[in-house]
Design a protein around this ligand. Structure first.
Ligand code: OGA
Ligand code: MN
Length: 221
């Protein structure tokens, strides 16, 4: 069975005091991760933050800082167009741009809450920009390496402007272990954060008819 994820309806548009949209949604996010093993948070970043990060990514891409993403680890790593087509650039936590510093601080608050409430023992995060050229995809996979169990929570934040369902590019998240199990198709809408337990959830990136931008990473223990 296929389900399209649709954002829950929000009553009115009253701002929640001085909290960011993200802070006000944190309790639901933590609950969902604890109960379901996955969670979606719209407005993890506001439109200005999304634009600043996408422009930073585009600048770095033009500057030649990206490389084709491989599959596998270490010396076994290979470029496989038939498995994944994105190009990536890891964030350097020691030399962030202004936009990236803001992202790290958001991630830091998320990490503290995950540890405080779910005792995940996360010590650090690793994140990369990912740019998927038109028509590229990432086949069904799981994020945990066979020989390394440090990746605990997968964290994907989308940097796209005005993304429509017809653009494709959804992340497909299977709710069970079999390809025949139920799945969610979640559009890569700018500012949206998708979290899931790295060792449990099979997922894939569907081809898109626009370039697709994200910051993808892992909370590591
Ligand atoms: C990955 C991945 C999902 C996405 O990079 O491992 O699954 O929606 N990305 O970009
Ligand atoms: Mn993945």
């Amino acid at each position: 069975m296929v389900m399209m994820y649709a954002a829950p309806h929000r009553a009115g548009n009253t701002p929640v005091s001085t909290m960011t949209a993200f802070e006000s949604r944190l309790p639901d996010l933590i609950n969902s991760l604890a109960n379901e093993g996955w969670a979606i948070c719209d407005d993890f970043l506001c439109a200005d933050e999304v634009r600043a990060l996408r422009q930073e990514g585009e600048r770095r891409l033009v500057a030649g800082e990206f490389h084709r993403a491989g599959v596998g680890r270490g010396s076994a790593q290979q470029i496989r167009d038939d498995i994944r087509g994105d190009a990536v650039r890891w964030l350097d936590p020691h030399a962030p741009s202004d936009a990236e510093r803001c992202y790290w601080s958001r991630i830091e608050s998320l990490k503290c809450e995950l540890n405080r409430q779910l005792f995940l023992g996360i010590r650090e995060g690793e994140f990369h920009y990912a740019s998927y050229p038109v028509g590229s995809f990432y086949q069904r996979h799981i994020d945990r390496f066979r020989d390394d169990d440090a990746r605990t929570v997968s964290v994907v934040c989308y940097l796209n402007d005005a993304w429509e369902t017809t653009h494709g590019g959804q992340i497909r998240l299977w709710l069970g272990a079999s390809p025949n199990d139920e799945y969610l198709d979640i559009s890569p809408i700018g500012g949206r954060l998708v979290l899931f337990m790295s060792d449990r959830f099979w997922h894939a990136v569907q081809p898109a008819n626009r370039v697709r931008w994200s910051l993808t990473g892992w909370m590591r223990r």
